[in-house]
Design a protein around this ligand. Structure first.
Ligand code: GLC
Length: 461
């Protein structure tokens, strides 16, 4: 081999230094991106924490549509009533018996930690005294008053967080593109000036709402009508976050939000989103409809709620107050029964984690944050045996949540030569049962450990 010339040696050295420098820079840059990402994740985690722990919110659809008791906004959009007749409901929107403190009190009693109210639905009618549009409760309805502010104040007093529902489309506004299903006012391409008028209205109202109410959460709706660019979704997200970096935004701002919003249908498999919220009506309507008496039973609703928290989500349960401001008796009864049940079982609900796969327990479950207590939600009005399969932990104690009775259990089919932990049977006497769902707390000897194998004949360690 030819000996390397001095020149080559220098060149080599220079090369190594360069490579070293380069890798250091790469390392430095990836480290900063990593830590930035890491920081972002932490702030996101921090921001979303109250939402993740809250589990229950109450949705309120209140607007002109409560007067006739018809579909919110959609009734004129779909042509079941003319726009003109729809607007006549203004005269019937009296809010005569509206008691915002009683609303807030009932919501608090239900066990909800936040409430989301329709500040403006697709019909464009605003519940607050907006300086951007006279089509609002104070200036355009028989109520002759701002009905949003007193409710926001009442919620604050009760320590319930405020969420604002705001529809992106405004079908009544003269410069909004869509009016009814078969009539479009104009297209953005043909008249960008009119679209700008609309953008000014909607973004002006959002800034106004942010300034007056500083909501903990924004619940957008109707984003399907335009693209993210047309709505200027990114810009809107930015100014809302600038106004309050802690505010949470739902997914319906064309994806520029924090959490997913399945509607009416309970997800069957565990949603992939880290944060999600199922919104659901108590009957079949969002707003008050006199003719809709098809209410879900308290047991059905509590069952759905347990399924939701068992899979790591929140339930946003809707009520539709009447035009005079009273809450329909059936809905009040539902919230009260929900409240009795959530108060009794709070340790198994709030600030818990999603539970275990259904193969281990035929029903909904949650886990304490440290994963040492497993909560089982048991339906039925007869006691008997509750079955837990594939739980490797030793059980230190079992008790009935909100009632206290200590329960016995027995381990069956555990072989000394097998890793399969066998089946645990818990004896539940009739007299401890809750009329809706009974909750059992299973205190483990450590963090939950589940056996997920097929179960071979003879297993090695
Ligand atoms: C739908 C409907 C709307 C309703 C909302 C509630 O998007 O357009 O009327 O307010 O669902 O989630």
């Amino acid at each position: 081999m030819r000996p390397k010339s001095i020149h080559t040696v220098y060149l080599l050295k220079w090369n190594t230094t360069l490579t070293l420098l380069l890798s250091l820079t790469v390392f430095f840059f990836s480290a900063t991106t990593y830590s930035q990402e890491h920081k972002e994740n932490i702030t996101q985690l921090d921001k979303m924490q109250w939402f993740k722990d809250a589990k229950l919110g109450i949705f309120i659809h209140w607007g002109l549509y409560a007067v006739n008791g018809i579909d919110e906004s959609w009734s004129f959009y779909n042509g079941y009533i003319s726009h003109q007749d729809y607007l006549k409901q203004k005269e019937g929107f009296t809010a005569q018996h509206y008691d915002p403190r009683a609303w807030a009190d009932l919501i608090k009693q239900s066990g909800a930690k936040y409430a989301v109210i329709t500040a403006k639905h697709h019909d464009g009618f605003a519940l607050w005294d907006s300086s951007h549009s006279t089509f609002n409760a104070k200036q355009a309805s028989a109520a002759k008053k701002d009905v949003l502010t007193p409710f926001a104040n009442a919620l604050k007093k009760e320590g319930v967080k405020l969420g604002i529902y705001y529809s992106l489309p405004d079908w009544s506004f003269k410069d909004y593109t869509h009016f009814t299903r078969d009539s479009i006012r104009y297209t953005i391409q043909s008249n960008p000036k009119r679209w700008q008028n609309f953008l000014d209205l909607y973004q002006g109202q959002l800034k106004e709402l942010a300034t007056i109410y500083n909501p903990s959460l924004w619940w957008f709706d109707g984003d399907w009508e335009h693209t993210a660019e047309e709505w200027q979704a990114k810009k809107v997200q930015q100014f809302l976050l600038n106004a309050n970096p802690q505010t949470i935004i739902n997914s319906r701002l064309k994806g520029y939000g924090d959490y997913a919003t399945p509607e009416q249908g309970m997800p069957i498999t565990k949603p992939k989103a880290n944060y999600w919220e199922l919104c659901m009506t108590t009957n079949n309507s969002w707003g008050y409809q006199k003719n809709d008496t098809d209410y879900k039973t308290s047991q059905q609703l509590i069952g759905i709620f347990t399924d939701v928290i068992s899979t790591g989500g929140n339930l946003l349960l809707d009520i539709g107050p009447k035009a005079d401001g009273t809450i329909p008796k059936e809905q009040e009864a539902i919230l009260k029964e929900l409240g009795r049940w959530t108060a009794k079982h709070k340790e198994a609900i709030y600030a818990t984690k999603a539970g275990i796969p259904k193969e281990h327990f035929y029903g909904p479950t949650t886990l304490s944050k440290d994963e040492t207590i497993l909560y089982l939600f048991v339906k039925g009005n007869a006691g008997g045996e509750v079955v837990l399969r594939g739980l490797k932990n030793k059980i230190n104690r079992i008790w009935v949540v909100g009632e206290g009775t200590k329960l016995q259990h027995k381990v069956v089919s555990k072989q000394y030569w097998s890793q399969n932990p066998g089946i645990k049977y818990i004896q539940v006497p009739d007299y401890v049962l809750d009329p809706q769902f009974t909750v059992l707390a299973v205190l483990l000897d450590g963090k939950i450990d589940l056996y997920r194998e097929e179960g071979a004949v003879i297993e090695s360690n």
